[in-house]
Design a binder for this molecule. Structure first.
Ligand code: ADP
Ligand code: MG
Ligand code: ZN
Length: 486
């Protein structure tokens, strides 16, 4: 039997609290002067006591509910002991035996098929500080010594531990994308892998010949989805080679080296006993009543999966369109507001997907910063739908509105486009101008020599071009045959 790929992920999400998990220091650490957001508690001065931030418990509970977990009425903290310079206490406060949320699932979709990944549990823990290696010229990498910045020490994290249910790097990536999307929908974490507010430890093994689980390796240090996929691909081929040559996989932690495209052994995997976990006696257990859990449940927004289903039912969009529109909650809200403002569902979807996202990308903006508000876009889309303006002009108008903060009317004026479509006398006038500018062609048609209709089509094209597409082709044809007696 071929070896099967088995992947289980541990994902750390930085929770969006204002303050740290056990003290009132700011939880912001990026871009701050090193060691400016610290206090005796997060610096582990002897004699200080941690005080639990209820906000972090609420966020972890929301994420737990979003993952269909059971929120525990009673959970506890423990100490995970290890010595490292970025960990001032020489132990990390984490949840071990009784985590805040257990047994849930996250559905992922790949190639049109849905798969359920079980969640083992979700727990709360504090982050460690950061080591920096400055050089003489002030760059923060490459020095022979380390400095430590404790600003990140004590920042709240929620770790989501999956069961080993994924069977390809693509599934692992999809799982992380769905989890990140969920965390963002719930305002639990910004989930940025690049800045480290979402970190993935990937466990991977290949099954034994009899189908039982093989020895796993844990990979760390991937800071993008691409890196996660590459690291897993690399590890699959490495493990296959070891096994093919009759070797054994050692349980260990390996670091992904993105530049070299390889994983390297960092240390033999610690087992739980290496950490000498013991109960954190300075903190009371977390007690969450049923009514509090019910309160969290009531305050949950529509989840991404529910939104996708509803969009399919109420707007009749394709799966691909829905995936793009619901990727960010703010974009989905923007779409719904555009439709509420009267834009037809299909055309609004198409415009947001193709044009709004293009302009946002060009401007480096986020939908929340977009100057064209849903009712303005609805106005534009309606004009296009009614044939008042062509979609080519529509794109120019959208660009102007977004870049120069113009209303639709202002953009129309600026573009110098005639208001509305050309028809009736105005169109007849234009047609006659075109006919006079092409006397030879007109002559040919009048003499009945335009057998294949190519010449009349040519004139029609000129009229439409001159009208910037804002005329009804049938009416144009009517005007021309009136003028040319064809
Ligand atoms: P530890 O706490 O020592 O890291 P866990 O049993 O909590 O170990 O598992 C951690 C992660 O490893 C989980 O996400 C789990 O799904 C995954 N995992 C466990 N066994 C395997 C395996 N044989 N292959 C791949 N992943 C595994
Ligand atoms: Mg673990
Ligand atoms: Zn502090």
């Amino acid at each position: 039997m071929a070896r099967q790929i088995v992947i289980g992920l541990e994902v750390h999400l930085q929770l969006l609290t204002k303050t740290k998990l056990f003290c009132s220091c700011s939880a912001e650490y990026i871009g701050h002067t090193p060691n400016s957001n610290v206090c005796p508690i997060c610096l582990a001065v002897p004699g200080t006591l941690p005080l639990l931030n209820d906000g972090a418990v609420a966020l972890a509970s929301r994420l737990g509910l979003g993952l269909h977990c059971t929120i525990q009425n009673y959970s506890t903290f423990g100490r995970k002991n290890y010595f490292y310079a970025d960990l001032a206490k020489a132990y990390q406060i984490t949840q071990y035996e009784l985590p805040v949320a257990t047994k849930g699932y996250l559905d992922i979709e790949l190639g049109g098929a849905s798969k359920r990944v079980r969640i083992h549990h979700l727990h709360l823990e504090e982050d460690a500080g950061k080591l920096v290696h400055p050089t003489a010229d002030g760059r923060l990498t490459g020095a022979a010594y380390s400095l430590v910045d404790y600003n990140r020490g004590g920042v709240p994290l929620s770790e989501v531990v999956s069961e080993p249910d994924m069977s390809s790097p693509a599934e692992a990536k999809e799982y992380v994308m769905r989890l990140r999307q969920l965390a963002r929908y719930l305002d639990v974490s910004d989930g940025e892998m690049e800045s480290g507010s979402l970190r993935v430890d990937a466990n991977i093994s290949l099954t034994n010949a009899d189908g039982t689980l093989g020895t796993r390796v844990e990979i760390k240090n991937m800071n993008s989805l691409k890196a996660l996929e590459r690291a897993l691909e690399y590890e699959i081929s490495r493990q296959n080679k070891v096994l093919d040559s009759g070797g054994r996989i050692v349980q260990e932690t390996r670091l992904w080296d993105d530049a070299e495209g390889v994983t390297r052994s960092m240390r033999n995997k610690e087992t739980a006993s290496d950490y000498r976990y013991y109960p954190e006696m300075d903190l009371a257990p977390i007690v969450i009543s049923d009514s509090e859990i019910e309160g969290y449940r009531q305050s949950m927004p529509e989840l991404p999966q529910e939104k996708r289903l509803r969009f399919a039912q109420s707007f009749g969009l394709s799966g691909e369109e829905i995936a793009i529109l619901t990727e960010q909650k703010a974009l989905a809200d923007y779409y719904e507001a555009t439709v509420s403002a009267g834009a037809p569902t299909a055309r609004a979807a198409n415009w947001i997907r193709m044009e709004v996202l293009r302009v946002l990308n060009e401007l480096g903006q986020d939908i929340s910063e977009f100057r064209v508000k849903p009712d303005a876009l609805a106005g534009l889309v309606k004009k296009i739908e009614q044939g008042d303006i062509s979609s080519t002009i529509g794109k120019d108008l959208l660009d102007l509105m977004a870049r120069e903060d113009l209303t639709l009317d202002e953009a129309v004026k600026r573009l110098g486009a005639p208001q509305g479509r050309l028809s009736g006398d105005a169109l007849r006038e234009l047609a006659s101008r075109i006919v006079s500018s092409q006397p030879d062609v007109a002559e040919t048609i009048k003499n009945g020599l335009d057998k294949k209709g190519g010449k009349i089509k040519f004139l029609q094209g000129l009229v439409m071009k001159e009208a910037r597409g804002q005329a009804d082709p049938n009416e144009v044809a009517g005007c021309l045959s009136e003028l040319l007696g064809s």
